[in-house]
Design a protein around this ligand. Sequence first.
Ligand SMILES: CCCCC/C=C\C/C=C\C/C=C\C=C\C(=O)SCCNC(=O)CCNC(=O)[C@H](O)C(C)(C)COP(=O)(O)OP(=O)(O)OC[C@H]1O[C@@H](n2cnc3c(N)ncnc32)[C@H](O)[C@@H]1OP(=O)(O)O
Ligand SMILES: Cc1cc2nc3c(=O)[nH]c(=O)nc-3n(C[C@H](O)[C@H](O)[C@H](O)COP(=O)(O)OP(=O)(O)OC[C@H]3O[C@@H](n4cnc5c(N)ncnc54)[C@H](O)[C@@H]3O)c2cc1C
Length: 672
Amino acid sequence: MSEITSSIPLQINPDLQEERDKASFNVTELTHIIYGGIEKTKKRKRLEKLLFSDPFFQEYQNVRAFGSRSEYYAASVKKSTKIFKLRRQHKWTDEEYETVLDICHDDLALTLHHTMFIPALERLATEDQKSKWLTLAKQYKIIGTYAQTELGHGTYLQGLETTATYDPQTREFVMNTPTLSAMKWWPGSLGKSSNHALVLATLIISGKKYGMHPFLVQLRSMDDHKVLPGVRVGDIGAKMGGNSVDNGYLILDNVRIPRNNMLMKNAQVSPDGKFVTRGPSKANYATMMLIRVQICTMAYQVVSSGATIGIRYSAVRRQSKLDPQDREPKILEYQTQQYKIFPGLAMSYAFLFASRSLTRKYEEAFAEIQRGDFKSLPELHCLSSGLKSFCSEHSVRQVEIIRQSCGGHGYLNAAGLGMLVNAAAPMITVEGENTVMYLQLARYILKRFAGAMSGQQLDGSTSYLSMDPATYVCPVMSETDCRNLTALCDIYRYRSYMTVCRVARQVQHDMESDMPQHVAINKNLVDLVRAAKAHSYYIVVKDFVEGVDALVASAPVIKVLRTLCCFYAAHGIAEYSGDFLESEAVGLHQLKWIKNLQVSLLGEIRPDAVALVDAFDYHDITLSSALGCYDGNAYERLFKSTENDPMNKEEVHPSYYQYLKPFMEEMNKSKL
Ligand SMILES: CCCCC/C=C\C/C=C\C/C=C\C=C\C(=O)SCCNC(=O)CCNC(=O)[C@H](O)C(C)(C)COP(=O)(O)OP(=O)(O)OC[C@H]1O[C@@H](n2cnc3c(N)ncnc32)[C@H](O)[C@@H]1OP(=O)(O)O
Ligand SMILES: Cc1cc2nc3c(=O)[nH]c(=O)nc-3n(C[C@H](O)[C@H](O)[C@H](O)COP(=O)(O)OP(=O)(O)OC[C@H]3O[C@@H](n4cnc5c(N)ncnc54)[C@H](O)[C@@H]3O)c2cc1C
């Protein structure tokens, strides 16, 4: 009888334990830094324990892996409602609730209710409207979504075709979907879950259009969830990932809603049909900006989860030979493996600091906006647009590289990496497609650059655009200088300055050559995006350097984070060396030194790699990966995962009797 079983050993895989034993710093100290202090870490642990002591959360993993789409959706509705109930029962604060959503990695069917519907009510409704609708929403007496995107338009909001026409006779809005391309298409939780939707529609009064405004529309009966008259709603179909969410379509056929169902914080329609605005015209775009900021944090979670799986697996997987006399090495010993995974590790910490800094700026600006002061809105819009695009693009790409670095096993669902990549991929598209968002940033940068050229004193993230480029000398004079974080940051800043300067001059030149502005802009779009990317890279490196500099921590923690920060910056320069050379931010000598440093840092990070991902402190259920489990028993867990596979339920699959058996019989009888 074979001794091979799928039982999971009680002890940690010795290969992983060996890594933990040799860490140069205290992992718990770093975990506290990541989560914002001992109390917050403890609270998180308590919430994790509360959630995962319920066997449902373990069973949920199986439905996710092996259930049909409909079963997965149903389990996810159950998960959402369980969490909603727990929130009420334990009177969680908003912060505790957010922590729970982070622990669950946010694949909840009813996700849009809390990610967008409630924040939109908070931002777009008047106090009176809030006391009615927001209260109902927070008590889960209504479930809602944010229905903006249409089949024909997602990006171009001025092109939205859904109409809200005011009828002063009845003091109602008539909500209508006039064409196929006007139907709402994509909103999460719309297809089957929500009974209400915040519908973004073009307001029409007496035949005149007044732009996009938010309207609260009831879609389904509160008694039996049946679709109300005039409403057609359904699921848009299976997606590459995120299939627990019922992204939906919505057609409104002259559905009448009371005047008060227009959310009127930023603009009002009086009973007799007069339109009055308050604040800037883009005030109704506020919810999107919030989610863009949150996407940066999600990108951190995505890439740090991927790095955790990749590094733990690479520490327990042995393959081939390095020293012919020795046993097969851990694949983490191969420099090429380190080169695939450590950029994701360094990026995790870079995005942790960058998203933290962006969130802080957002909260400060939001408080000002609440007081009616909108001066930081343009800066915040552009910063969040750029960083949303940068963090999503880089994290999704890096996790796919990590997936590939896990060889064949990385391709299994049980590895958790494919699902992670597919779930994270829409971050590139949602809340403003990345190219479009980079271009929003580029538009802002061009204006600021023009301001600097005309002698304006700039502040905020673009203040460096008033620098005098003639004073720049590459601050790296020797190989040792390459470890100077301020010097590396200066190199990024100058690269960004030159990239912006070049495209600004080109656009100006094209316009002076009598090219209409839109033609000149379109002729330079690729370089405009390049400038926005260079600026975003600089901001992320700067936030990382400043974040590490400001840390109050033990010397070993600071040392390891400085090493990662240096690697992150050096890796970026090596990867985009063409841009850095072209802008003359570095010369060939410096580039060679920085490339050498990048490679030697791999070896310096290597001994702490496992400890650096342990510090993220992800629960095994959150990671949902046989390869990335804390105990490192990857093979046992892979084998165990096959037990739940419905394909293995019967010894002989029904298809044998249906197809294979008759086919084999026919083949065996055949004379050919
Ligand atoms: C474990 C894994 C978890 C991972 C999870 C992964 C994914 C998450 C999955 C799902 C997400 C869930 C929900 C998703 C929801 C959505 O997607 S909701 C729909 C979002 N849609 C958009 O974001 C649309 C994007 N388009 C726009 O924002 C605008 O149309 C655009 C900015 C492109 C142009 O606007 P428009 O009004 O047409 O522009 P103008 O050219 O007239 O004006 C531009 C001026 O307006 C300023 N501006 C634009 N936006 C803002 C803003 N938000 N705030 C402040 N100012 C703004 C802009 O700077 C210009 O100003 P100037 O004229 O230059 O001064
Ligand atoms: C998983 C998922 C969940 C979503 N959830 C919601 C939701 O809850 N609510 C909601 O309202 N919407 C939702 N959306 C829709 C999402 O917001 C849109 O898909 C997104 O805003 C992009 O718009 P689009 O699909 O129209 O892309 P398009 O604008 O058609 O983009 C297609 C291509 O055209 C290019 N392009 C477009 N305009 C320009 C331009 N001006 N300059 C240069 N290039 C341009 C883009 O760069 C891109 O390459 C969701 C989408 C997904 C995938």
